[in-house]
Design a protein around this ligand. Structure first.
Ligand SMILES: [Zn+2]
Length: 352
């Protein structure tokens, strides 16, 4: 984590957004009340110094939201945009300034300009701590609780994480809101590199690039994780979509095109459990697709190589949120297994 020296006191870099706002905004800038007391005092001194510096400058450029050194192109963008309205206290109380922000956002397709507007908006939000009530205020309260109970308490740990991450797990989980792997398995920041997609599917190497294959490449080759864990779950809507598909149907639906990756699991489910109810077939396929994904992992040459070398383990997991149980198992991959197969399941157990 970067530290800024201020009056003999080191200020962690997570104050940067506020400090940047202080540097580029008007003299009314205030220190962020979200900061711990010791850090807040440093930020207040910086804000005061920044205010004095701006007060000594009367040039309009000194109050621009971003430094003028960003180039001629951006200067041109400034001219094409409406001048951001700076709300007074009464407008802030009524929340009318938000319409100004929306107007400016919609008026511009330039991301750099949007970023500038966002910095200004963040600053306004900081100024209005305790005065706003919107749908994100609950998230703010949770973030502040995380900051006080976790970040501040484990500050040195987060400083180390700011320098590097060395997770031992790569997790592939479903995007379903009920199955957050960090919540159910207790992964802390830095412990699991995670990608979530519809139905927690791993496409085969031949499928080509996807966000899942990119995440695998980074986790396995760069982070050198020791375990890949594919986590499925009960009542998965993605698996229901897969099991509901007509045979060989083509569709413009992104969902159907994605879940068709699991068609081999669907076929084996139909063969093994086709006589059961649709719900029971889906339950079967939820687990079958995990094994299909584990086998697909081995189609990636750099994963197959590390598994063969014994430096990478492949695990399956199934979270049943109906009865709150978790099954886990490990895929064995080597020549000469029983029955002449190269694949086997070991260490299967259920946590209940
Ligand atoms: Zn799901």
């Amino acid at each position: 984590m970067e530290l800024w020296k201020l009056g003999g006191e080191l200020v962690p870099v997570y104050t940067r957004t506020i400090l940047m706002s202080c540097a580029f905004r008007g003299p009314e800038t205030k220190p962020c009340s979200m900061l711990p007391r010791s850090l807040g005092s440093a930020a207040r001194r910086l804000a005061a110094a920044s205010t004095r510096a701006r007060a000594s400058s009367s040039t309009p450029a000194a109050r621009r939201p971003c430094p003028p050194s960003h180039g001629d192109d951006e200067a041109g963008d400034d001219e094409s945009l409406p001048t951001p309205h700076r709300p007074g206290p009464e407008e802030r109380r009524r929340g009318e300034h938000r319409r100004d922000f929306s107007f400016v956002t919609m008026a511009s397709r330039d991301h750099s300009v949007l970023t500038r507007q966002l910095l200004e908006f963040q600053h306004d939000t900081v100024d209005e701590v305790g005065a706003e009530h919107d749908t994100l205020m609950d998230l703010k309260a949770r973030f502040m609780d995380f900051k006080q109970r976790n970040y501040v308490e484990k500050f040195s740990n987060y400083q180390n994480l700011a320098e590097q991450q060395t997770p031992k797990f790569m997790v592939v989980a479903c995007a379903d809101s009920r199955v957050c792997p960090s919540s159910i398995l207790g992964f802390q920041p830095g412990e699991a590199f995670t990608v979530r997609n519809i139905a927690n599917l791993v496409p085969p190497y031949e499928h080509g690039g996807s966000e899942t294959s990119a995440a695998l490449e980074f986790a396995v080759n760069s982070l050198q994780v020791e375990n890949v864990l594919v986590v499925g779950h009960s009542r998965c809507g993605g698996i229901q979509a897969l099991m509901s598909m007509k045979d060989d149907s083509t569709s413009g639906s992104f969902i159907k095109n994605w879940v068709s990756i699991g068609k081999s699991a669907r076929l084996s489910t139909k063969a093994a459990a086709g006589n059961l109810s649709f719900e029971m077939q889906c339950t079967h396929c939820e687990k079958e697709s995990i094994n299909s994904s584990l086998l697909n992992l081995l189609t990636y040459p750099w994963i197959e190589k590390r598994v063969s070398e014994g430096t990478l383990n492949l695990h399956g997991g199934y979270y049943n949120f109906i009865d709150c149980t978790f099954e886990k198992w490990t895929l064995v991959y080597r020549e000469g297994l029983e029955g002449g197969s190269k694949y086997a399941i070991k260490n299967r157990s259920t946590w209940s």
